[in-house]
Design a protein around this ligand. Sequence first.
Ligand code: 13P
Length: 391
Amino acid sequence: MAMLTAKLSSPATNWITGGHSSAGARRSAPARRATLIRAAAGSYADELVSTAKSVASPGRGILAIDESNATCGKRLSSIGLDNTEANRQAYRQLLLTTAGLGEYISGAILFEETLYQSTTDGKKFVDCLKDQNIMPGIKVDKGLVPLPGSNNESWCQGLDGLASRCAEYYKQGARFAKWRTVVSIPCGPSALAVKEAAWGLARYAAIAQDNGLVPIVEPEILLDGDHEIETTLEVAEKVWSEVFFYLAQNNVLFEGILLKPSMVTPGAEHKQRATPEAIAKYTLTMLRRRVPPAVPGIMFLSGGQSEVEATLNLNAMNQAPNPWHVSFSYARALQNSVLKAWQGRPENVEGAQKALLVRAKANSLAQLGRYTGEGESDDAKKGMFQKGYTY
Ligand code: 13P
């Protein structure tokens, strides 16, 4: 009991026993000490907790702009621009220098290139973010590859060298990280793919925490398929139970993580659409059954929903208090209007920044449960789902 009190009052020296307590009680004192293991968060525990709280602060969410160069190329080509470093920089500059963004956005997930880039005037993007009290984050996974022995499923690479990369990213100013793996319902999912996804996320989370970065844990359950919403619920419960099992086994500090789940919806090709109220009900049911209240924030991905749909669904989830901050970490559902307004023209930058603020504010209101959906354009209501979409 004395040990438990010490552990709770001092997360920075978070030591836990490796064995079962009754077995431990039978051992001699030196033998018991030999089985002590250190929690992943190590000396960063206090900082991780405060970083996660800052990202999960009321009325704010995450701007996800961590597209790899290849995926950023898809965004740029949608408005007829070449995928050059200068165009990627111009696009990220537009987003990250938007005045007033920090009121609605608490964190921005960057790709490695952007973390080390500056504006055309030479100001580091990381400093642009800090000036607005927005935490810089970094995508650390190395993408998906086929998983041999599975049902055409994939696994996520990036554990080799991850500790040293995280340490470097921390020095550059990053304070949280993202690792996205996927689970496909039409492919099964197989027990192997779910286990691999969960184990990879847990190893990554422990390594990120050990190097001062709050891990965003993202097992994206893809929208692809014609299944019922109940099927998504069943798969999501299975996936999150394995994720939390392995997070616990890896001694990850739950107070210092953030989750990035998919909302529980019917498959994108299902004959009937679900209402925001139904999506909120199923999604919150899944979260209440699987996510401990120690976790500070749930930051949903948009996954191909239209901008308005993603905002309405988030709003529906915030109609009553939740044990966690329930918010957004959208890429497509924040960027689509911006790209359309910008078209790669310098004279449109101001208009594009206004479009970003409109979306950011709408989602901020949805985080507070106060979004009405009034005055939205038809463009913002257009779905962005693409079958087999890859990041
Ligand atoms: P979407 O909101 O486009 O699904 O992006 C999610 C994501 O993981 C990007 O970080």
